[in-house]
Design a protein around this ligand. Structure first.
Ligand code: CP
Ligand code: NVA
Length: 300
């Protein structure tokens, strides 16, 4: 039987997403060291790009559940020397119980999943970052209840995080306002599939009006470092600052997947202010992914 993968949020139904959030909250609030549903299981983690939160949360999560995680980089495996992805997927999946990948190309993860005999998890690609949305949505539900029908505002790059917010709006049924500079909008195919939940704005202030949640991300993602200077100019009017937060609802939350650049995409007073939930959001990577690992790997 084909294993269940987690490549995109669209792999989940709304019910499954809500159940994962509920389970993540349960695991967070009632940690039982005796509960080891993945005892003896191994998660291989392949990182083509850097990571703090993703690596630590998966590694700690596997360890809490009685299993272990292997950190693998293309630099010191045959992946970096051009071993075909399909061969690598077959070989690695014959030895471990799950595989998490963080890659440049999204197709690397989908190809791996096609040839893997165990669940494959997308730990970020240039196109999507679904694991981060599990944590973001857990955080919203914990602070404010169900997000159905609420308004979320995305300010900044139409990047992997923005794409996963678009997917989340479809699966969990919320409205998403997007303000991105011209030339940095999200992929039209991803936007079009989400229908009329998505609205575009040319001003950050207008996009934030009456929002329940304001979210942003770095102006230059991993792999775009050489575009930093150009992007600083293009994104200058797309900063989340006090005026933007004042346009949102009085009880609006602020989120950022981190790492953040204070003074660029967000001002220090906002990210370190009372409406910001960035640290619970980061911690929830652990709890949400434990719920995901249990969901994908427990009933193999
Ligand atoms: N937010 C996030 O994925 O962080 P890392 O790059 O540190 O894993
Ligand atoms: N958009 C960012 C997210 C980092 C977690 C990047 O891809 O670098």
């Amino acid at each position: 039987m084909k294993p269940r993968h987690f490549i995109s949020l669209l792999d989940l139904t709304g019910d499954e997403f809500r159940r994962l959030i509920g389970r993540a909250v349960e695991l967070k609030n009632n940690r039982d060291p005796e509960y080891q549903p993945l005892k003896g299981q191994v998660l291989a983690m392949i990182f083509e790009k850097s990571s703090t939160r993703t690596r630590i949360s998966f590694e700690a999560g596997m360890s809490h559940f009685g299993g272990s995680a292997l950190f693998l980089s293309p630099r010191d495996t045959q992946l970096g020397r051009g071993e075909p992805l399909r061969d690598s997927a077959k070989v690695i999946s014959s030895m471990v119980d799950g595989i998490m990948l963080r890659t440049n190309k999204h197709e690397t993860v989908t190809t791996f999943a096609e040839h893997s005999s165990v669940p494959v998890i997308n730990g970020l690609t240039d196109e999507q970052h679904p694991c981060q949305l599990l944590a973001d949505m857990q955080t919203y539900f914990e602070c404010r209840g169900d997000i159905r029908g609420k308004t979320v505002t995305w300010i900044g790059d139409g990047n992997n995080m923005c794409h996963s917010y678009i997917h989340a709006s479809t699966v969990l049924d919320f409205n998403l306002n997007i303000a991105s500079p011209v030339g940095y909008e999200p992929e039209p195919s991803i936007v079009n599939a989400a229908g009329d939940r998505i609205r575009f704005f040319t001003s950050a202030l207008a996009a934030a009006r009456d929002a329940d949640l304001v979210v942003t991300d770095v102006w230059a993602s991993m792999g775009q470092e050489e575009e930093q200077k150009l992007r600083e100019i293009a994104f200058a009017d797309y900063q989340v600052n006090a005026s933007v937060m004042n346009a949102a609802k009085a009880d609006a939350l602020f989120m950022h997947c981190l790492p953040a650049h204070r003074g660029e995409e967000v001002t220090a007073d906002v990210i370190d202010g009372a409406q910001s939930v960035i640290f619970p959001e980061a911690e929830n990577r652990l709890h949400a992914q434990k719920a995901l690992l249990e969901f994908l790997m427990c009933d193999k």
